[in-house]
Design a protein around this ligand. Sequence first.
Ligand SMILES: N[C@@H](CCC(=O)N[C@@H](CS)C(=O)NCC(=O)O)C(=O)O
Length: 223
Amino acid sequence: MSLKLVIGNKNYSSWSLRAWLFLTESGLSFEEIRLPLFTEAWQQISQYTPAKRVPVLLDGDIRVWDSSAIWGYVRSQHPSAIGWPTAPQAQATARSITAEMHSGFFGIREQLPQNIRARIPVMRNTLTATTQQEIDRVDHMWTQAYDTYGGPWLFGDFSLADVAYAPVALRFVTYQIQLSPGAQPFIQAVQGLPSIQSWAADSAAEADVINVIDQLHIPKNTR
Ligand SMILES: N[C@@H](CCC(=O)N[C@@H](CS)C(=O)NCC(=O)O)C(=O)O
């Protein structure tokens, strides 16, 4: 099977990162097709998916889009790919929090967009109440996972829940959002992962800039 993954900018596209991290940590080889968001190259996205969003996986003539469809499809072909914890309670929680990420956290997505190479300190109290509640929810979720399963990942071994939350950890690094000590091990684990370090190095080397993201927390009169 020859796999190709269509992704956006490594710096800005968190859903691309999830699919890429899943394939990479699963040990599958694949080719990257990078279409930087909102550039001329981005117009090619409609060749790959009617949804016009990344990531998209090409498996020969087969196309799968949306991160959760991608890992569901790949896991059906490669049962040894990164998946869920096997113990029923751990699996139930891992599936639930991964679904929470996929269908929610709109405050974090909007106010703390992925920008891996940037360091933009943000005071929590300048964020909306919704975003602050979401940060608390993530903090509690990670703390509880480490308390219950003891690390090194959220449910012990690396799973799809870690794939789902790795980009969130990187956002907290970008915006220097302080979490409680019990949640820190996840951020350290993500930052220590060689595949993440390689993605971050590629992000830093990208030339494209999305101003609306880079200037989000810079006061208008100083831009
Ligand atoms: N639910 C989708 C989300 C995909 C998504 O929103 N991708 C963003 C980049 S991170 C995108 O393609 N944005 C392009 C646009 O909004 O036009 C998934 O899980 O793959």
